[in-house]
Design a protein around this ligand. Sequence first.
Ligand code: PTJ
Length: 258
Amino acid sequence: MTKKEYNIPPSHPRYISLQLREAIADGVAEGLSAPEGLIAHGRGEAFDYLLGECTLPPAITAIRAAGATMLLAKHPVISVNGNVAALAPEHVIELSDLIKARIEVNIFHYSKMRSLAIINRFQELGAEEVLGEHKDSSIPGLDSARAQCTSAGIYKSDVVLVPLEDGDRAEALRKMGKDVITIDLNPLSRTSRLCSITIVDNLVRALPKLIETIKELDTYDDIQLMEIKTSFDNNQNLKEMLNLINDRLGSMVFQSGI
Ligand code: PTJ
């Protein structure tokens, strides 16, 4: 999240959550995020409550698998949308620099103006290249605007990170033979179930952890990385996450707040 002064005292018990909410509201006001992005954010907030607003162990496992997969990639791409541009542009740029991944804007609620605003935001923050303005290729079997992509970016990629995604594109990208990694707070979403690796965590917590993990895994050889990648089972990981949420809810004791 771009550091900005919002009118929320740091002592507020919901400080971080409220800051993120302001960042998304700003994103809409600045023409980066779609109004629908507010709804998606609210759904994310609800799931974050269920996780206890922290990175749970299955997410750490998924982050390691994602890190290994990204380090093994020949053409990694990070696909960004309006919510990602509002919440975590600096982390996306750091990650792209670290693994030499291309950044491509690909939005669901398409408008040329918003697409350009997102490209500009990333460039203002130091991204050298942001693909997505001139789309010259398309993802087969996908009817939405998200099918349009660039041949040098998403089309050519072997590994794509698609945070806050819609399931249809994830499915189509997988059918193209790509490894598709998502970050999604909802372990029940189609995207979560259809991706190769799903990190069930908040984007703003997961990206810095992914960056740290990649720095650590950078000393591993390809055989060790492949072992981490192939030993990951997405369905099993989602099941563990749901079991943890279930246990957490079952053991909650409510106390008077005062
Ligand atoms: O900019 P656009 O036009 O591409 O639109 C972006 C949104 C996010 C509006 C669009 O992709 C969309 O409608 O997404 P969905 O289908 O609502 O899915 C968003 C998913 O992200 C939901 O499962 C949310 O629970 C989840 N989510 C929301 N906020 C976060 C999140 N996951 C991780 N971190 C978050 N901060």
